[in-house]
Ligand binder design. Structure first.
Ligand code: ADP
Length: 466
């Protein structure tokens, strides 16, 4: 926020500075123009003084009155005085040499004027020549000055246009640049929101700009993702309980079998306690111990699965994941008349994953398959390597899905099952878990023929080539 304020202040400062500079330049130009106008007046004075000098010079030639000569010299002195004052300007326009020449001409003209009284004809001719020459020089200077004033006027005239154009270009550039940034940010928001909605939090990292707004947005999204992550974990836990609920009949059955066996064996033992040979008795007791162990394994499996644990990715064999999962769901599937075929070779390379989360993925897939095959069917679980990924296909021969259902299966809360049977969270949770493992999940389905879900997970580094 602080950085944003500073940025705003800097921009405002730059704008004010630009305006002040423009106004300053305008002021300076007007001032310089006024100065030039005054100088032009001075140049004009020089010309008129020289013309006056020439008028008295001519008068003197026609009526040789000493007064005319005096007047001519007065005007010439005045002209020379002004020329001296104007020296820097004349040097600027014509150069030092021309100034010296002008001064010399004035000097020479004065000398000639003084000599006019002698009545010498050649002096008179030379005086006229010098006078005419001086008039031309003064006219040239005046013309030159006028031209300079015209170009200064042009500059003043075009300056506002130039300033406006510069401002327009700068504003356009800033606008386009900002518009691009805004578009980039909007794209980011769209991408990140879409990604987050699907549980893909990587989309959040794509905004690379380091400007304050982008940093704020990224922080807000990352924060949101963290919160969603926590919620997702809570959902996974909640969903676990739901699946345990669904598994109850299977598990009850699985516990009932060993318990029945224990009870039957114990009954037999009690009835024939006296007549039974010791060796047979030992065998029956071994059976009881074996059956109890089976029952406690079922309970341990269930407890293992329901325990909320910190997620840690470690090398895992996919065959073990499927085996462990089937221990939990196998009985449920068998009860529903589902025949399970597993082809997940143990020598497939390890993946990096978390056993509990992956169990959750496959339990959801197996239970969905079970529910899709109400009258029983086949469930095929196949593991294979595909490039850097290890993929597991879970194919059932159930009811399948139409295109509309297929396009929405991963949406949270989308379900086609009646209330109480479906929450619509199973597949969206699977999607989230698989994405967090850096993998992907896909689905193919044909109504009436069956569905295949494919879960692909990255192979643990150093998994070797296929
Ligand atoms: P729920 O199972 O609670 O409905 P899911 O997210 O697991 O939620 O599944 C969403 C929907 O996808 C299901 O309601 C069902 O219509 C469809 N579906 C999922 N798996 C299968 C499958 N194996 N065969 C047919 N339809 C399925």
């Amino acid at each position: 926020m602080q950085a944003l304020k500073i940025k705003g202040l800097v921009l405002f400062g730059a704008y004010v500075l630009f305006m002040l500079l423009t106004m300053g330049m305008y002021w300076w130009n007007i001032d310089a123009f006024r100065d030039r106008l005054t100088t032009m007046d001075e140049f004009h004075n020089v010309l008129s003084d020289i013309l006056e000098t020439r008028r008295y010079e001519k008068n003197f030639m026609f009526y040789p009155e000493p007064n005319s000569l005096k007047e001519a010299l007065v005007y010439l002195d005045r002209a020379e005085g002004t020329v001296e004052v104007l020296r820097p300007k004349i040097v600027e326009i014509e150069g030092e040499a021309r100034y010296a020449e002008l001064r010399a001409s004035i000097g020479e003209y004065r000398t000639l004027l003084h000599s006019l009284a002698g009545g010498d004809k050649t002096v008179a001719v030379r005086t006229r020549e010098y006078g005419a020459g001086l008039v031309r020089t003064a006219q040239d200077l005046l013309r030159e000055k006028q031209q300079r004033i015209h170009s200064a006027l042009d500059r003043i005239k075009f300056m506002p246009i130039l300033v406006m154009l510069t401002l327009l270009v700068v504003i356009t550039v800033v606008f386009v640049w900002q518009a691009r940034k805004i578009l980039e940010r909007l794209n980011y928001v769209q991408r990140a929101a879409e990604g987050v909605a699907k549980g893909d939090y990587e989309a959040i990292q794509h905004l690379r700009s380091e400007d304050p707004i982008s940093v704020l947005m990224r922080a807000a999204f990352t924060n949101m993702a963290d919160e969603l992550d926590k919620r997702q974990e809570q959902l996974v836990e909640a969903r676990k309980l739901v699946s345990i609920g669904t598994l109850t009949s299977g598990i009850a059955h699985e516990l009932n079998n060993p318990l029945n066996n224990v009870s039957l064996t114990a009954d037999t033992l009690l009835e024939e306690l006296d007549a039974m040979p010791r060796a047979e008795m030992r065998e029956l007791l071994q059976d009881i111990i074996g059956e109890t162990a089976r029952a406690s394994e079922v309970v341990r499996n269930l407890l293992d699965f329901s325990r909320a644990e910190q997620r840690t990715l470690r090398p895992l064999g996919m065959a073990a994941v499927i085996r462990q999962t089937l221990k939990l769901v196998g009985n449920q599937l068998a009860l529903g008349g589902v025949k399970v075929e597993t082809d997940v070779p143990v020598d497939l390379p390890d993946i990096r994953g978390d056993m509990h989360y992956l169990q959750q993925v496959f339990i959801n897939l197996f239970l969905n398959a079970d529910q899709a095959m109400e009258k029983g069917g086949h469930l095929r679980i196949t593991g294979r390597r595909q490039g850097d990924m290890l993929c597991v296909d879970v194919a059932d021969t159930g009811c399948g899905m139409d295109k509309d259902t297929l396009s929405r299966v991963f949406d949270p809360f989308f379900t086609t099952k009646p209330v109480g049977k479906g929450t619509g969270l199973g597949l969206s949770i699977i999607y989230g878990i698989v994405r967090k493992h850096g993998g992907s999940v896909g689905v193919r389905s044909e109504p009436g023929r069956g569905t295949t879900f494919t879960v692909c997970l990255p192979i643990q580094d150093g998994g070797g080539e296929a």
